[in-house]
Design a protein around this ligand. Structure first.
Ligand SMILES: NC(=O)c1ccc[n+]([C@@H]2O[C@H](COP(=O)([O-])OP(=O)(O)OC[C@H]3O[C@@H](n4cnc5c(N)ncnc54)[C@H](O)[C@@H]3O)[C@@H](O)[C@H]2O)c1
Length: 360
């Protein structure tokens, strides 16, 4: 007989759907509640998602049967809602980012420390097969010691005019790149010591924040990494039913790749080509040699589990909370990623190298 809990999803927009579906799929969840601040929208979304939805936050905060909050609301309320939920005795899985400032991130950590309640941040790439495989290869020593790591992320503009995303005062470093900075730290297995980041003038003139970032990091052990992001090169998706989206995007300006270089080999992850590869370096009388020794491909039906396993993460969180277990990804680790992102923002504003220690 499984321990079953009731759960609430705060913010039942696009990401909220994923959380609701995961809760429906979990054998550990009894009843699912939804929350939207606008009463009409709450009713509408409740009907569409076939859950009980309300605009009365207190009613779910005070409901003792609800043990877990999935927070999928807009970024500016993540810190406030996480604190409210933790202090009401709930476990929380909150979407990234941990708020829009370092102070907000610390607010979440403080509430977690003071209550001792469960808090995990939605860095679901730790649950995604592509990145788990890369990490497994690294941990097996197959590339030796990682020495540098490059992430190239080019997409089309898909946030739209006058949305909370394009109007946000928070940057895309928190909203998008926190995932990809988090992976840099995970792969390198070391902490970033200093960061220098730049951006060029915007192409997307209606964004209230930069549309591109070039973030360079040096780790404590001397390894380096960078993340090169821009949000306009990929062809705009007009959703042609005759074209398979990722296949088209594989050669139309979209890139989401890591190249992780080690002393004995290298790894490439490639979302748009549905592929992960591993190189081995060798020695010959004349030169260092390099050979691709392993390639894994997967089918489009597996995209979700390979590149963005929010579903798997969210199902797992219900299991952890129902069984009184601890977060698998400690909040201190997510805080380190957020600090790196905020340090990159400072670097861009002040045009200088920022030491992570400055952010204590
Ligand atoms: N982990 C991931 O890969 C991933 C992917 C997409 C989005 N997200 C995160 O999920 C969150 C939601 O993104 P989305 O794509 O669903 O956006 P969305 O615009 O589709 O949905 C946001 C929802 O929040 C509601 N909302 C507004 N103010 C609110 C408040 N005060 N309290 C509760 N709800 C409120 C909106 O009405 C809307 O329904 C964001 O934090 C985003 O960063 C994470």
């Amino acid at each position: 007989m499984k321990n079953k809990i009731d759960v609430a999803v705060l913010g039942i927009g696009r990401m909220g759907i994923t959380h609701v579906e995961a809760a429906k799929a979990s054998p550990y969840v009894n009843k699912i509640y939804g929350y939207e601040p606008d009463a009409e929208r709450a009713v509408l979304r409740g009907k569409e998602l076939e859950i009980e939805a309300t605009s009365d936050l207190d009613s779910i905060l005070n409901n003792p049967e609800i043990k877990l909050f999935y927070i999928a609301s807009i970024n500016e309320v993540h810190a406030e809602q996480t604190e409210l939920a933790l202090r009401a005795g709930k476990a929380v899985l909150c979407e990234k980012p941990m708020g829009e400032s370092l102070a907000e991130a610390y607010r979440m950590v403080k509430a977690e420390e003071e209550t001792g309640n469960f808090l995990q941040i939605g860095f679901e790439l730790h649950y995604s097969k592509m990145y788990m495989k890369a990490k497994e290869w690294i941990d097996q020593g197959l590339i030796g010691t990682p020495v540098n790591c490059h992430c190239r992320y080019y997409s089309s503009e898909f946030h739209g005019k006058n949305t909370w995303r394009s109007n946000s005062k928070g940057t895309l470093i928190g909203e998008k790149l926190s995932h990809y900075l988090d992976l840099q730290r995970w792969f390198m297995g070391n902490e970033v010591e200093e960061v220098f980041s730049m951006n060029s003038p915007n192409v997307v003139d209606y964004f209230h924040h930069p549309d591109n970032h070039q973030i360079n990091m040096r780790f404590e052990n001397g390894a380096t990494a960078n993340l090169n992001f821009l949000m306009y090169l990929g062809e705009t998706d007009h959703t042609d039913p005759l074209l398979e989206v990722l296949e088209k995007q594989s050669d139309d300006g979209h890139f989401l790749q890591y190249h992780i270089m080690g002393t004995k080999g290298a790894i490439e992850t490639d979302v748009f080509r549905r592929r992960i590869r591993r190189w081995e370096f060798g020695d010959s009388p004349t030169q260092l040699t390099s050979k691709i020794v392993e390639t894994i491909k997967y089918d489009k039906s597996e995209d979700q589990v390979w590149i963005h396993n929010t579903h798997g993460q969210n199902v797992r969180i219900a299991e952890l909370v129902a069984n009184g277990m601890k977060p698998e990804n400690p909040v201190s680790d997510s805080l380190a990623t957020m600090k790196l992102g905020f340090a990159a923002e400072i670097s861009e504003r002040e045009n200088r190298i920022v030491k992570l220690l400055e952010l204590v």
